[in-house]
Design a protein. Structure first.
Length: 248
């Protein structure tokens, strides 16, 4: 376990799935965690789990596509905790459809939530990190942003955009001791993937050299590493957490 003692972290999309696991593991490593999500009841459940285990956490209801709300949330976190050092841009949605049938609204909503929101939250958080001369920005991408997926032109494009955004941010802020990296999960067991058919799940599993699906904790462990002092010389990197589904 990497020590994040006394660090302050913000995780978007933290009410369930990968975001929930990230929040819990960051807190277990010693960080005070701010959870940002639209689902306040589930957020409060995560906060309760963290505090019951002796950690520190608070929830901030947030729609990540609303720019003014994003700015207000970042200000509230800094006001409450005096700083913001670790940002995990995890909020994301899917609106799957074949390219020829995809509605403009399905494209726009996915790009707004998965990509534009990461830009907005990072933009709001960076000034505080610049003043501190220390920060960790970790963006959750996807293996589908690296290799594409049928029926997911919007999702794959948003996650490919996350990778480009990550590298650009990394170059801009490196001189101030801030790193920016992405994690590209493969087939992870979450509420989102639970909706897939048994046939599709098996077809995906057959392509994974390690022979198993990933767990949310696999991604959360990678997040804790990239948030740590030990990862201080890693920036602009895309860490594949995919069981070998995509190599190279």
């Amino acid at each position: 376990m990497y020590s994040l003692q006394d660090r302050v972290a913000l995780v978007t999309g933290a009410a369930q799935g990968i975001g929930r696991a990230c929040a819990i593991e960051l807190a277990r490593a010693g960080a005070t965690v701010a959870l940002a999500d639209l689902n306040q009841p589930k957020q409060e459940e995560v906060v309760a789990a963290i505090t019951a285990a002796g950690g520190k956490a608070a929830c901030y209801p947030l729609n990540v596509v609303e720019e003014e709300a994003v700015k207000a949330t970042i200000k509230a976190v800094v006001a409450a905790h005096g700083k913001l050092e670790i940002l995990v841009n995890n909020a994301g949605i899917t609106r799957d459809n074949l390219l020829m049938r995809m509605k403009r609204s399905e494209w726009d909503s996915v790009l707004a939530t998965n990509l534009t929101a990461a830009f907005l939250v990072s933009q709001a958080a960076v000034p505080t990190m610049l003043k501190q001369r220390w920060g960790r920005i970790i963006n959750i991408a996807s293996v589908n942003g690296q290799m594409g997926a049928p029926g997911q032109a919007n999702y794959a494009a948003s996650k490919a955009g996350i990778i480009g955004l990550t590298m650009s941010i990394a170059r801009e802020v490196a001189s101030r001791g801030i790193t920016c990296n992405a994690i590209a999960p493969g087939f992870i067991e979450t509420a989102m993937t639970a909706e897939l058919s048994a046939e599709l799940k098996q077809a995906m599993l057959d392509q994974i050299p390690l022979g198993r699906t990933g767990k949310d904790i696999d991604v959360a462990n990678a997040v804790c590493f990239l948030a740590s002092e030990e990862a201080g010389y890693v920036t602009g990197h895309v860490l594949k957490v995919n069981g070998g589904l995509l190599m190279g």
